[in-house]
Design a protein around this ligand. Structure first.
Ligand code: SIN
Length: 353
């Protein structure tokens, strides 16, 4: 009996050893057992798409929708990984990281591109796009095309323009109704000469700071206020640390979706087509959804927070508009007369106050 047990044990040990050897031989020959996730992995293109806002915002949702579409249409051969909330890089860092090739895709606020080409400043001029239709006409038409093309000089591929919506004003020292109400206030703005000048004209001290620093600085009282879209005010809870919100619709926040040109040009035609088509579909969706989202989130702020809200009347808007006219003159040269005059023509055909 002992001898039989011994033989069985030896046979079992032999079997285990041959299974182990067989498995490792397969590994070393590179013939992994089939697994869906590994299909075509060697040719898979990974696109890291970094942005600074929350997931539940016009940009956050558009980025994820684009990623899902590309992953699905390419059958996993192009994998877009979205990193929201500045999880990898802050506003300024992400531009540098894209140029270095550490990430492959970003969608910064157009304001943040004026360091590449001063033409982008045209979108920051106050009340330059007075209605939603004027925004869509500008970004989808010749003006948007000119701006995207201006990125080529910096080895960047401008792919499309997404919208967020109109910027509003918030403060802890309100209400803000007349331009003089901002006198002496410390405000956070995106880094921009146009925005700085615009707030200087009404006696405020505006500082260009990273988006994800804003809440802390407002909460600590180091800043009085800021300007942003409702979706950013809502998703980052600025309404919790501000006492007054003015619906001024005085400025535009939108995004340029960009890739590093070297990365883009190394993609095959087929891969470029998948990306372009997914972007076309996402852009159409974003340009409708973004405005709806700002409307819905304004109702949520109204219903669920104690912030005081003032809607500027047309007469009040006219006062701000007049007060800010010098900024148009000051930046006309830098922006370029031709682009400026196209924008002003567009503005005049839509101005509703
Ligand atoms: C963003 O929407 O990407 C951020 C805008 C800001 O910096 O205020």
């Amino acid at each position: 009996m002992k001898a039989l047990t011994g033989i069985v044990l030896i046979l079992l040990a032999g079997l285990a050893a041959s299974i182990w050897i067989g498995f490792h031989t397969k590994l070393s020959e590179g013939t992994l057992p089939y697994d869906d996730d590994q299909r075509g992995i060697s040719e898979q293109v990974v696109i890291k798409f970094s942005h600074v806002v929350a997931e539940n915002t016009p940009k956050g949702l558009a980025a994820q929708r684009f990623a899902d579409r590309v992953n699905q249409v390419s059958d996993g051969n192009i994998k877009v990984e979205v990193i929201p909330n500045g999880g990898l890089y802050s506003d300024q860092e992400e531009l540098e990281a894209l140029k270095r090739g550490d990430i492959q895709m970003i969608a910064p606020a157009t304001t943040k591109l004026s360091s590449f080409s001063s033409k982008w400043q045209v979108l920051d001029l106050p009340y330059m796009m007075p209605t939603r239709d004027s925004i869509i006409e500008a970004v989808n038409g010749e003006i948007g095309e000119t701006l995207l093309q201006s990125l080529e000089e910096n080895n960047l591929k401008g792919l499309t323009l997404w919208t967020n919506g109109f910027k509003q004003l918030t403060t802890n020292d309100g209400p803000i109704v007349q331009p003089s109400d901002l006198k002496g206030q410390h405000l956070r703005i995106m880094p921009s000469h146009v925005l700085k000048k615009q707030f200087e004209l009404v006696g405020a001290k505006a500082v260009g700071l990273d988006f994800n620093e804003t809440y802390r600085l407002l909460e600590s009282g180091k800043l009085n206020g800021e300007e942003n879209t409702i979706s950013n005010i809502y998703s980052k809870k600025f309404f919790d640390v501000q006492s007054n919100l003015t619906i001024s619709n005085h400025g535009f926040l939108g995004y340029a979706v960009i890739m590093n040109e070297d990365f883009w040009s190394k993609l095959t035609n087929e891969q470029q087509t998948v990306i372009s088509k997914a972007l076309e579909e996402t852009t159409r969706w974003n340009q409708k959804q973004s405005f709806e989202m700002n409307d819905e989130q304004l109702s949520l702020i109204e219903d669920n927070s104690s912030i005081d809200i003032h809607y500027l009347t047309n007469e009040e808007k006219r006062k701000w508009f007049e007060r800010w006219q010098p900024v148009y003159l000051e930046f006309e040269e830098e922006i370029g007369k031709e682009l400026m005059s196209k924008m002003i023509q567009l503005r005049n055909s839509h101005k509703d106050f």
